[in-house]
Design a binder for this molecule. Sequence first.
Ligand code: PEP
Ligand code: MG
Length: 317
Amino acid sequence: RRARELAAAHAPAHTADGTRIEVFANLGSVADAAAAVSAGAEGCGLLRTEFLFLERETAPSEEEQRETYSAIAATLGERPLIVRTLDIGGDKPVPYLPMDGEENPALGLRGVRLTLARPDLMRVQLRAILRAVPAAQCRIMLPMVADLGDYRPVRALLDEMRAELGMAEAVPLGVMIETPAAALLAGQIAREADFLSIGTNDLTQYTLAADRGNAAVSQRIDAMHPAVLRLVREVGRGAAEAGRWAGMCGGLASDPLAAPILIGLGITELSATPAQVPAVKAAVARFDMAACAALAARACDAQSADAVRALAMEASA
Ligand code: PEP
Ligand code: MG
């Protein structure tokens, strides 16, 4: 029985009626990659690259980045690896990035906004990723995008780096959906971006206007909120209409209770913490698509996050 459980934990995830749902893991180090593989992750849906850039005097060189990305790619075997470009902002002190004291760092020069302002950093990182991760395994993703104006310059830069390196293979470039603007424009973004992945940590903060780091409002922060779920629905629809896939790499993807709702909203890839991968896979297998769609519709009509949780609990009981 133990052997059968282990085999199931490492098999690709499907709903009860056979729809394929990829269950990936979020990584922030080489050690995480090993943990993800042993937990049965089918790939990496979010590599947070900030760990390479923080707590140091100078930016990591192309070679240093290449070595680290390469070690992570190798640990994942042939599983897909989605590398997120640098997501840093004025809330973290970085000596080589002179960021003026911002009054609202969450609304400031962070994520793709910073790297668009510092194309030197973006070039080095893109080159390191392209050199480190085999093209068949490699996907790149941009944080904090608001609209296509944030996407197109990076697309151009990536094509330029590929040409510089003499790479013929295309490398998918996707967008994190973590601003309400990007969620509402998901359809048009998906016509140019290769995939979408929802970052519910930031999307929830911006939708509910509640600082994710402020303990005084932490009670309000629940990605199961119907307002957030309606944005997820927009993303699922927009991606499907454009023929792209939409995934989720924010904290909500680690919650097994949310899995049937997210699947019902059109999410086909869930990237969880390595430790939560088995529980999310098990939750995916428990529901068929009709049950997911019905639950998702009820969740979007609910009046609070607590009401959504009660519905999800009842469905999972
Ligand atoms: C998110 O915002 O949901 C996300 C995955 O990115 P981070 O938590 O790194 O901001
Ligand atoms: Mg984020």
